[in-house]
Design a protein around this ligand. Structure first.
Ligand code: ZN
Length: 240
């Protein structure tokens, strides 16, 4: 499986707090724990040529993991469109935290993807609500994160095909933190945790969920449908 971890990689360059947590960038930390599995992991960032998302790179990517926040608007529309097309064509997509507002995710959802938020060291308790789902393998009844940014409902997404986690926050809000979607042949997993000023991607349970999510969205070897005008497979004309 070829996995590409994409990060806008701006907070880490501009903010000392974030740089202390992720000195090589959020993408490097995510790539490092994914690389412990039998996975070929590469990374790409916004400031690379074509954001590191050339046609060749996208064609060979089975699963794309996306983290972005402050520079969604700098992602070229044509490249966001290509990412969407690759998902339709079978590439898996794992959308993390503030990438709820990324261009590819918004294109794929067709809604505003807006939500409520607060940076106030809330405690997050993320409950498993679908214990039959492979994305929850290795997780207990819930995951507790001592300090995180709060995301609250309403989250303006289409009704998820599967709802996997619901978060409770110490300020009282709740949020659909793990949700799956299918678009074309592609599978999508949205996973909430991962605000840049907290060490969330060092949390082993969060890592397990991301690994499980990457495995679950990997769908690239499924049959390629044939569209358009079709010749009959049986001799229907002589029976007319
Ligand atoms: Zn955030």
């Amino acid at each position: 499986m070829n996995v590409l971890v994409w990060n806008e990689f701006r907070h880490e360059k501009e903010n000392e707090v974030v740089r202390d947590i992720y000195p090589e960038g959020i993408h490097a930390q995510i790539a490092s724990f994914l690389g412990e599995e039998d996975i070929d992991v590469k990374t790409a960032t916004l400031d690379e040529e074509e954001h590191g998302l050339t046609d060749e790179v996208l064609a060979e990517t089975d699963v794309l993991v996306w983290w972005g926040h402050k520079a969604h608007d700098e992602v070229d529309d044509a490249i966001a469109e290509k990412v969407k097309q690759r998902v339709w064509d079978g590439m898996g997509l794992v959308v993390l935290h503030s990438a709820h507002f990324s261009k590819p995710f918004k294109k794929l959802m067709g809604t505003s993807c807006d939500l409520k938020w607060r940076e106030a060291n809330d405690k997050e308790r993320m409950w498993v609500v679908d214990p039959s789902h492979p994305i929850t393998e290795g997780i207990g009844e819930f995951i507790e994160i001592e300090k995180e940014e709060m995301y609250g409902e309403h989250f303006d997404i289409p009704t998820p095909e599967e709802l996997i986690f619901i978060s409770w926050f110490s300020g009282g809000e709740v949020f659909r933190s793990g949700a799956t979607f299918r678009r074309g042949r592609g599978k999508i997993f949205y996973f909430r945790p991962g605000h840049e000023t907290y060490p969330t991607y060092y949390n082993k349970e969060v890592q397990t969920v991301i690994k499980n999510g990457v495995n679950w969205v990997n769908n690239n070897d499924t049959p390629q449908p044939v569209y358009g005008n079709a010749h009959p497979l049986e001799d229907i004309l002589s029976k007319a």
